[in-house]
Design a protein around this ligand. Structure first.
Ligand code: ADP
Ligand code: 5GP
Length: 235
């Protein structure tokens, strides 16, 4: 049987990589698609681990050969793409696959792959996002105000894409977010298994449902997040 395709997106600095790393550690049978990118490696990143780092001509050759399930030019400067072969290989093995991709790529995949579940991770507020972006930049050895400002501007636009996602995860306390993300993955597996659920499994599904994009709690939280990104004085 084909597995479930989980798509996870977030404005840069929201904590998506941190959450994905935790998820991969605690949830078995979840394969991770390693994207191709033309951006340079950051910090301790290594080719074939976080990304396959390739040149622009190499990326364009892969586009010409139709090797991507989706690709996008992120921040208007670098290409990022998911190779079709990751989905084909995971499908052949009946495994679930996790894609960590931006909102443009997520929209492409959602329209092309039926059995997919979209999760948007968002920061609790603009202020918290700015702090996380700065902390990460310091630990990586460079803080560019211009880059941080651009990422904050992009963040609002990305969060406004929330209707394209099934689940919204406001990454406030890390421990809570890890638990919620795990419950989303496990409850989607339970739902697609069609089996009769135990009381514990029902609770797991209910936990995940708190993050459904359509849930009341989610929409009021999202309103607060978006409000924090609004200009101080509106014209
Ligand atoms: P992304 O992958 O979304 O760009 P990262 O996972 O690199 O973001 O996280 C950005 C920064 O925020 C990192 O320094 C990370 O340790 C920190 N961080 C992530 N999640 C949380 C959280 N829930 N609370 C506090 N700090 C967090
Ligand atoms: P970063 O450079 O911070 O690793 O990633 C920048 C953005 O590119 C993130 O939002 C990340 O999710 C996105 N991204 C990473 N891989 C892919 C991919 O294969 N396709 C698309 N569309 N976006 C990707």
């Amino acid at each position: 049987m084909a597995g479930i395709l989980f798509i996870i997106s977030a404005p840069s600095g929201s904590g998506k990589s941190t959450l994905v790393n935790e998820l991969r550690r605690i949830v078995p049978n979840l394969e991770f698609s390693i994207s191709y990118t033309t951006r340079a490696p950051r910090g301790s990143e290594r080719n074939g681990m976080e990304y396959y780092f390739i040149t622009r001509p190499e990326f364009e050759r892969m586009i010409a050969h139709d090797e991507f399930l989706e690709y996008a030019e992120v921040f208007g400067c670098d290409y990022y793409g998911t190779a079709r072969r990751f989905l084909q290989e995971a499908t052949a093995r009946g495994k679930d696959l996790l894609l960590d991709i931006d909102v443009q790529g997520a929209a492409q995949v959602k329209s092309r792959v039926q059995n997919s579940v979209g999760i948007l991770v968002v920061p609790p507020s603009r202020q918290v996002l700015e702090k996380r972006l700065r902390t990460r930049s310091i630990s990586e050895g460079s803080v560019s105000d211009e880059v941080i400002e651009r990422r904050l501007t992009e963040a609002r636009k990305e969060i406004e894409n929330f209707p394209n996602y099934d689940y919204i995860l406001v990454n406030d306390r890390l421990e809570d977010s890890v638990e919620l993300l795990e419950s989303i993955v496990l409850s989607e597996r339970l739902k697609s298994s069609g089996k009769v659920l135990s009381p514990e499994e029902v609770r797991m599904v209910q936990t995940a449902e708190q993050c459904l994009q359509t849930a009341k709690t989610t929409s009021s939280k999202l309103k607060e997040v978006l409000a924090s990104f609004a200009p101080a004085i509106s014209g």
